[in-house]
Design a binder for this molecule. Structure first.
Ligand code: MRU
Length: 361
């Protein structure tokens, strides 16, 4: 996708061929700053501190993090130590563990001096696949939007999304945003309601992306969606996910569940954009997913540039705060899963998709 007018992925290798480049998402949308990751620890902190974020991108950064570690020491102990460290960077998005396992599976049988190159190659493959998967999610979601546009006689389709499941959360295209970009590029009239997504305001990232791509949108506070659905101003909801469990429950950014409940109450279709790397058949249901609890400071303070453009942190409350970062939307509230294998209806379809995607790896 384009950022500041230039095509870019959200992760790349620098000219030296081994340093990993990312955008510092803590500074977006105010400033476009690139960051260099030169050690596995750099990758760990980038993930833990949310300089990089979004389930698929966290997986890609972790994969390169293992490569960075093996570049220094390709031995078994170093491999296991780096794996264990990176695996604790954040707890909820399954892609982190999926990507680490995938790289370890490839490098473990190799001699220690062959492992770094193999890890870099596997990380690059994983990134390329992420781009292809998201494009396929775009293909699968496009007909849903096209059909609503047809039923509305060409009037703009109003789509609500929560958090940022855009290209900044993936390697390119995004998951939930891929169908939106495809529809917009095809000339279908769209308007996107972008949930602010307190406390980390990932909605500002989604709005930034949509603006870069010229997609009409409005940022709304997290509590506005119910009213808009009640007023008939939402034609469909599409969100990303950090983990979908064996029974089809959807773990996603805190606030997703309330949107799904409102959507059901108002007969608005609720879709989940799901790449196979985010499917977790080993976890039976949403109740078994570890929900990340982040610092209460994220609730108590807001950060942004002051009038002079200087990044400023402002306290909004002195009260104690509780800050769970994700919630669970039961599968019963999901109209369909938009995947690289097409639109899937429920857990049985997901299991079949997973069987196919493991054959691929
Ligand atoms: O805490 P984050 O920003 O890493 O959360 C991840 C997300 O962006 C979402 O919840 C998203 O919808 C899934 S990632 C495509």
């Amino acid at each position: 996708m384009k950022i500041a007018g230039e095509s870019s992925r959200s992760i790349w290798l620098e000219e030296d061929g081994w340093t990993v480049g990312i955008f510092d998402q803590r500074r977006l949308p105010w400033a476009l700053e690139r960051m260099c990751l030169r050690t596995a620890d750099d990758a760990f902190y980038a993930i833990a501190d949310m300089a990089t974020r979004g389930a698929p991108l966290i997986g890609a950064v972790a994969a390169y993090g293992l490569a960075l570690a093996l570049r220094v020491d390709g031995g078994d102990a170093a491999l296991e130590a780096a794996f264990a460290r990176l695996a604790t960077a954040r707890p909820t998005a399954i892609n982190l563990f999926w990507a680490l396992e995938r790289v370890r599976r490839v490098v473990a049988p190799l001699a220690s001096d062959e492992r770094a190159a193999a890890a870099y190659a596997e990380a690059a493959r994983l990134c390329d696949e992420d781009v292809a998967v998201n494009r396929a999610i775009g293909d699968a979601g496009l007909p849903l939007i096209r059909e609503i546009a047809r039923a509305k006689g060409g009037a703009p389709v109003n789509i609500l999304t929560h958090c940022n499941a855009g290209w900044l959360a993936t390697v390119d295209w995004g998951t939930a945003t891929a169908p939106l970009y495809r529809a917009h590029d095809e000339g279908i009239g769209l308007h996107v309601w972008v949930d602010e997504t307190r406390p980390r305001n990932q909605g500002a990232l989604t709005a930034f992306e949509l603006a870069e791509h010229g997609v009409p949108h409005s940022l709304i506070v997290d509590n506005a969606g119910g009213l808009l659905m009640q007023q008939g101003q939402v034609d469909m909801v599409i969100v990303g996910t950090d983990r979908v469990t064996a029974n089809g429950d959807v773990c996603n950014k805190i606030g997703t569940y309330l949107k799904a409940l409102a959507a059901q109450a108002h007969g608005v279709p609720f879709y989940v954009a799901l790449p196979s790397g985010t499917y977790d058949p080993a976890t039976p249901d949403g109740g078994s997913v570890p929900i990340e609890e982040r610092s209460g400071d994220e609730v108590c303070f807001i950060t942004g540039p002051d009038d002079a453009g200087v990044p400023t942190r402002v306290r909004v409350t002195g009260s104690p705060a509780h800050n769970p970062a994700f919630d669970i939307t039961p599968t019963a509230l999901v109209t369909g899963y938009v995947t690289e294998a097409g639109l899937l209806a429920g857990p049985a379809d997901l299991a079949r998709m997973f069987a196919l995607s493991t054959e691929k790896v």
